[in-house]
Ligand binder design. Sequence first.
Ligand code: PMP
Length: 376
Amino acid sequence: MKPKFNFINAKLAGLKKSNLYRSLHDSKASGAYIFIKGKKLVNLSSNDYLGLGHIKIASTQIQSSSRLVAGNDNLFKKLETRLASHKRQESALTFPTGYMANLGIISILPQKDDLILSDELNHASIIDSCRLSHAKKVIYKHNNMQDLEKKLRKDRHHKFVVTEGIFSMNGDFSKLKEISELCRKYDAFLILDDAHGDFVAGTDGRGSAEYLGVAKKIDAYISSLSKGLGAFGGYVAAKKEVVELAINTSRPFIYTSALPNFLLQVALDKMSSNREQKRVKLWKNVGMVRKGLESLGYKIGSQSQIIPIVIGNERKAMEFGKYVLDNGVFAQPIRYPTVERGSARIRISVTAWLTDDTIQQSLDVFEKAGKKFEII
Ligand code: PMP
C-alpha cells in the first residue's frame, strides 16, 4: 500500500518545481512599514489604502453564532443602515468577509435557467461564487464589450453580469458605463464587486461606479470592509428584496458565525473618521508613485492605487521580490493561479500611510531592481 500522504508531498514538490510554492512569513504591519524577521521594510503590499487600519479594541462579549440563531446585536442595523446610505441603496447586509459576501449573493441570485457573465480577470471569490450557482456560467474577455455583447445575446431566463470595479491584480477600472448600457439593452442584472474601489474612488469614497458616473445603474454592490475602510468584514448593498432573500436563503449568511460586535463598532467608527482627508493623501501618493515609476522607464497601465509591474516569468518575479525585500521594500510577487501563467508581477499597493520619503526610498530601490532585472 502506498504511504497515505505521498500524493500531498508530490503536489507540493510540483509547486516548488514550477516556482509556484507559497509560504507564510511572520510579519507585523506598522503604519508605512512592515517588520519581517526584525527588518523594517516600506510596506507596498497593504490593502489598507486609506491608512485607517489602526484600531484599539474595547472589552466586549461576542455573540459567537449566526444572527438568525443567537440574536442580532443592534450594531448590525446601525452599520447596515450606514452602508446602505453610503451606496445609496435601500438595504445592506454584512457578511464575515468580502469573499463570503460574494459567495452569499452570487450563489442565490442567478437560478438554474439563468446566465452569469463574468469578466475573465474577476477575483477567485467571484469565480467560486459562480461555481456555487446552478446557472450557466460564461466568461467574457477582460473589459471587452464586443465579447460581452455577443455573449449577452444568448437566450436565457435572467442574465447577470458580474465585474470588479478596480481589478485587483491589474489596477484598471472596469468599463462600467459601457457594461451598464449593455445590461440595460439586454435586461441584465449588474453585480459589482467593488472591494478595491470602495472608500477609495468617487465622491466621499462611494466607489468606482460613483467615480464613473453610473452608481444608479448597479443592481447589487458587493464589497469588503477590510481594504479601503481599514476595518474588517464584507457586505452587499442592494434593493431590500435582495437582502431579504439573502437572509432567507444564503448559506454563507445563515450557516456561519456573524461578525463580532466589536468589529461592527470598528467599521462604524471608521465610517465616521476623516476618510476624505486620507483619500486626498492616497491619490496624491498614487500620482507620485506612478509618475516616479514611469520616469524610471517602467510601463504602467494602471489607473489606480494598485500598480502592477508585470515581469512574466514566475522565478524572475520571485527573485525581483526578494531583491527589493533585501533592499528595504515589501512588494509581493503575484503568480499563477492568482494571475495567468507567465504573467507574474510585483503588485504595488499604494496607501495613504506612505510619506514622500518612503515613496522616494521605494523608487530608488525600484530603479536598482529594474536595471538589475533588465525591466527598465
Ligand atoms: N473581491 C475582490 C475583488 C478581492 O480582491 C477580495 C480580496 N482580495 C475580495 C473580494 C475578498 O474580500 P475579503 O478580503 O474581505 O474577503
